[in-house]
Design a protein around this ligand. Structure first.
Ligand code: HEC
Length: 174
């Protein structure tokens, strides 16, 4: 073997090793991307993800939390946080009925009370907020009646669900 051919042989071997180690690493990378539990065709995988995302029950768990946080934001006069929770409540409901369109008609009952509550928040009016929060509670319960779950009665909370606390001035901070 001449010096030149042996250099070629070394280069070729190097390229081969680099190539095989590259192609060998690929399945390992796929196996650790967090989707190993999804099996079957793309449709089957989407069905698994949809099943785990759940339906209106998970939406409602979120609604319960945000409803309670909204209540205390109003009590505290933390209008920025109240506005935030109101927006998230609407987003949760709208995503919920996208997943469960049969519930969309009854969910419209929230539109008026949420718009009225937004006005109270925008005018930083605690008294008005209290009155309009009652309207929201009534709307929650009226949908529960329409959707055959009257045994799930919504009442304003007595304890705070989250560890967030309002300190003076924090509503001005982002
Ligand atoms: C579409 C009409 C509708 C509206 C509007 C609605 N709910 Fe519900 N809610 C339901 C239904 C239906 C269930 C039962 C879910 C199920 O069977 O999967 C439920 C269940 C719940 C649950 C129990 C969730 C669980 O699985 O633990 C809570 C809490 C709840 N709702 C809170 C609220 C609050 C608070 C409001 C108002 C801000 C509200 N809901 C507005 C239809 C509605």
């Amino acid at each position: 073997m001449t010096k030149r051919t042996s250099i070629h042989a070394v280069l070729l071997l190097g390229t081969f090793i680099a190539f095989t180690s590259c192609t060998r690493e690929k399945p390992a990378a796929q196996a650790s991307d967090g989707t190993e539990w999804l099996h079957g065709t793309t449709d089957e995988r989407f069905r698994s993800v949809a099943k785990h995302l759940r339906g209106l029950d998970v939406t409602m768990m979120e609604m319960g939390y945000r409803y309670a946080e909204l209540y205390f934001a109003g009590q505290d006069g933390n209008w920025q946080y109240a506005g935030y929770q109101l927006k998230k409540l609407q987003a949760a409901m709208s995503n919920g009925v996208e997943r469960r369109p049969k519930r969309a008609q009854s969910a419209k009952v929230l539109e008026g009370p949420l718009a009225a509550l937004r006005e109270a928040i925008q005018s930083s009016d605690s008294k008005l907020f209290g009155d309009r929060f009652e309207g929201l509670t009534a709307a929650c319960n009226s949908c529960h009646q329409m959707e055959q779950v009257p045994f799930m009665k919504v009442v304003p909370p007595t304890s705070r669900p989250s560890p967030l606390r309002f300190t003076q001035g924090s509503s001005e901070e982002p």
